[in-house]
Ligand binder design. Structure first.
Ligand code: DHB
Length: 519
């Protein structure tokens, strides 16, 4: 009897606790709860209402991350317009600050760092760093160092100065943990957080200036991948159970447009794409944004070269299985040596980039892999171009056989820190590790959702991947853009000349593109 009573008391207090929790978070946007901020951007001073640290779900798991900042130009509260937009029509720019698939803070008018601020104490050193194979430097768990991509403009200020509303959500990431040591931000939690934040914005569309049917997501690298996934998977019911558990606002989560810089996406096919491009380049230089201190050159081992060759050989059948078409209905394919119309298309994007640079006055004479005649870039030696790029990653670039990559850490579970996520990785694991659930791997890949039934994929896409970016293969953005085009979406893909792995470097052009699709 005593036991029954105790259970009853427990039950009642649990229920009231859950009620108290859900009551304490109000998903209705409160227009009165703001701080007035006076901001300056490019010599222009303007006022905004700042609504910061809004928890955007009813059952948050980590309120240090699951919060959103919303900024609204003051003009919209007095019936004025900016740049042709009014309170009813202003688009909502939705940048995320995800880097390295780590936890992220919302962007703010003060901070524009990847990760959104200084790393949390728990992120400073990761269990996986202790497991680095001998001689390899710690990677800080793949956390991009502060200032990732060099000095960058604050996209929040830039967007506000153009009359956009800005909303930015923080997200859980692959190293998020609760007090009991349970991982709370492995795949899929980051994308579910972004979807929940979109639902909050759409749920509050009537109470908030801005048009929630004009949400434009923006992100770089892992953040570009998140932006892409958000745009690809709008309203798909696969994600509903996660959103329900979080207590997301009851609204849709499709978005109008996607801006993605160098998305580290299509992860389960990215190893093959990397080796299709870099097979034969046996010297690698770690470094770049994932590794803080650039290291000297190292050589691939004989085993790693063999892995590279095996992965390269697997790529054509993946590309061919997509049945993609290029201009004039031409079938995009690769033969068993990795040559064919798809390779021609990748080359054509690089040549178009060189041509644009040439037209803008760049001296291309040192790029001996290009043939230039009378102001026209007529040819490119792909192998020589890849040698100029240099290899950055060891095969497999993403599903690392020793589990040392950020992606194997992303595909862990609540209780397993790192897992493989490809058949190849599992079969050749040197860590005897398990493999992630197939549905989770599927749900992390936008290629599986573009234009599918029960899905509202974004109509407009702007994708940028620099010609010197070797964090993932060039085939990845080209496959993404081509699939989108084939399914009838409006895509603008360019590979900016000589740009390394970075983003937000052409905000004026980005906002011109946004104005073009919103007005
Ligand atoms: C990022 C870069 C990578 O090379 C990678 O594998 C994952 C994420 C990033 O910069 O976000």
């Amino acid at each position: 009897m005593k036991k029954v009573l105790l259970t009853l008391v427990c039950l009642v207090s649990c229920i009231s606790f859950v009620n108290a929790q859900s009551k304490s978070i109000d998903l209705n946007f409160n227009a009165e709860k703001f701080e007035s901020q006076t901001l300056t951007f490019n010599g222009k001073t303007f006022k905004v209402r700042a609504y910061e640290n809004i928890v955007y779900v009813n059952n948050p798991v980590d309120t240090a991350c699951q919060k959103m900042n919303i900024y609204i130009p003051e003009e919209y509260f007095s019936g004025k317009s900016i740049n042709g937009y009014s309170a009813a029509t202003a688009p909502i720019f939705f940048p995320n600050k995800v880097g390295g698939y780590m936890p992220s803070q919302p962007a703010s008018t003060k901070s524009n760092q990847m990760g959104g601020g200084p790393p949390l104490k728990s992120e400073m050193k990761l269990p996986m760093d202790d497991k680095k194979p001998d001689g390899m430097p710690p990677t800080n768990g793949g956390m991009p160092p502060m200032g990732f991509g060099g000095p960058r403009q604050n996209s929040v200020l830039a967007a506000l100065s153009k009359g956009y509303i800005v909303a930015s959500a923080g997200t859980r990431g692959r190293t998020s943990k609760n007090a009991s040591g349970i991982y709370t931000g492995k795949a899929l939690e980051g994308i579910v957080d972004l979807k929940a934040a979109v639902r909050y914005l759409k749920y509050n569309d009537k109470n908030m200036p801005g048009d929630a049917n004009k949400i434009i997501s923006n992100g770089t690298s892992a953040g570009g991948a998140m932006s892409t996934l958000l745009g690809a998977t709008g309203n798909n019911p696969d994600y509903d159970p996660y959103l329900k558990t979080l207590g997301a606002a009851s609204a849709t989560d499709d978005i109008f447009a996607v801006s993605a810089y160098c998305p580290i996406t299509n992860l389960d096919n990215a190893d093959m794409a990397y080796e299709w491009q870099f097979f034969g380049i046996n010297t690698y230089r770690r470094g770049g944004p994932m590794q803080g201190n650039p290291q000297g050159a190292s050589e691939l081992s004989a085993e790693q070269i063999a892995v590279s060759e095996q992965l390269k050989k697997l790529f054509p059948s993946y590309v061919n299985s997509l049945n993609l078409k290029g201009d004039h209905g031409i079938i995009l394919s690769l033969d068993k040596n990795g040559n064919g119309t798809f390779k021609d298309l990748v080359k054509a994007y690089v040549v178009a980039s060189a041509q644009k640079a040439l037209n803008e006055g760049t001296d291309l004479s040192s790029f001996t892999f290009l043939t230039v005649n009378n102001g026209k870039v007529t040819q490119m030696d792909f192998d020589a171009y890849v040698r100029y790029m240099q290899r950055q990653k060891i095969p497999p670039a993403f599903d690392a056989l020793d589990l040392s990559s950020p992606e194997t850490n992303l595909f862990g579970t609540a209780t397993i820190n790192n897992q493989h996520f490809t058949e190849y990785g599992e079969a050749h694991s040197t860590a005897n590790a398990t493999r992630a659930d197939a549905l989770i791997v599927k749900m992390m890949n936008p290629m599986n959702y573009i234009g599918q039934p029960n899905t509202k994929t974004s109509k407009y896409w702007r994708i940028r991947h620099g010609t010197k970016d070797k964090d993932t293969g060039l085939a990845i953005p080209v496959l993404l853009a081509t699939l989108l085009e084939n399914k009838g979406y409006n895509v603008n893909l360019e590979l900016p000349w000589e740009k390394p792995h970075s983003g937000d470097y052409d905000l004026d052009e980005l906002f011109t593109w946004i104005d073009g699709i919103c007005k």
